[in-house]
Design a protein around this ligand. Structure first.
Ligand code: HEM
Length: 224
């Protein structure tokens, strides 16, 4: 049975520890994407206004690499979501009501809302692709001018606010995700636990702030 990749994935998804492991590995990969994408986007602040656009052209100049990365990302998102849904179903089926209630009280806001912030981030990404990648949700899209697409896109205050809310959600999701990742990987020493919890929140906040700075800078006229 375990011969093909499909069987391996379904076997792993069936075991609880397998699901947590898959969540951790795919979560780490998505985290990597979020960091790289942020660094790419921060080029919007470079004095050379063409830097972001040239970066966009560079990515698109190798269609095989681009589509390989896109399909890999899609597969990673699907496995991450499937493992999350299965784990949530397993947890609610296994826990007696009293324990369930206690867990909810003990878990932080980010932990309780993971199963909601996850799908909302996914919905945001779909909108984001229609906005900046295909241009279907953009008022004046130019596939050859990424910098202008970003500035014009965020000059609409409702759009900028939508991004800000989505980025706050992303930071909340990441803060708990990074913490869970440390737990799954076994970094669970009483001495380091508070530091890891703090580090997860700090890294997630820095990433959220980096992304949020872009629509805010456009709204304030710093980027134009
Ligand atoms: C202020 C926040 C953000 C800005 C300004 C931004 C900007 C952009 C731009 C300009 C593109 C199109 C690039 C191109 O066509 O050359 C893009 C693509 C993309 N962004 Fe973002 N992004 C932001 C946040 C995010 C976040 C938080 C995520 C994920 C959670 C994300 C995921 C993606 C994905 C998956 C693509 C498509 C890449 C591709 O396949 O071409 N973005 N983004």
């Amino acid at each position: 049975m375990g011969g093909s990749t499909g069987c391996w994935v379904s076997e792993t998804l069936r075991s609880s520890i397998g699901k947590k492991g898959l969540m951790a590995v795919t979560g780490l990969m998505l985290f990597g994407f979020v960091v790289i994408h942020l660094l790419g986007n921060l080029q919007v602040y470079l004095p050379d206004k063409q830097a972001l656009t040239q970066y966009g052209h560079l990515i698109k100049s190798k269609p095989a690499v681009l589509w390989g990365a896109r399909l890999s990302l899609l597969a990673i998102v699907l496995v991450h979501a499937a493992a999350a849904i299965l784990l949530a179903m397993e947890n609610s089926a296994a826990r007696p009501v009293k324990y369930h209630v206690r867990q909810w009280r003990e878990a932080g806001y980010a932990a309780r809302t993971m199963i909601i912030s996850g799908p909302l981030i996914l919905a945001y990404v779909v909108y984001h692709l229609l906005h900046f990648t295909t241009g279907h949700a953009h008022p004046d899209f130019n596939p050859d001018d990424v910098y202008r697409n970003v500035i014009v896109g965020f000059q609409n205050k409702a759009v900028a606010l939508t991004y800000i809310v989505a980025m706050v959600m992303l930071a909340t999701h990441l803060s708990h995700g990074l913490w869970s990742l440390c737990q799954t990987l076994g970094f669970n020493h009483p001495k380091y636990t508070p530091a890891l919890r703090f580090a997860s929140i700090a890294v997630a906040t820095a990433i959220g702030a980096g992304y949020i700075s872009i629509p805010v800078s456009v709204m304030l006229g710093i980027l134009k």
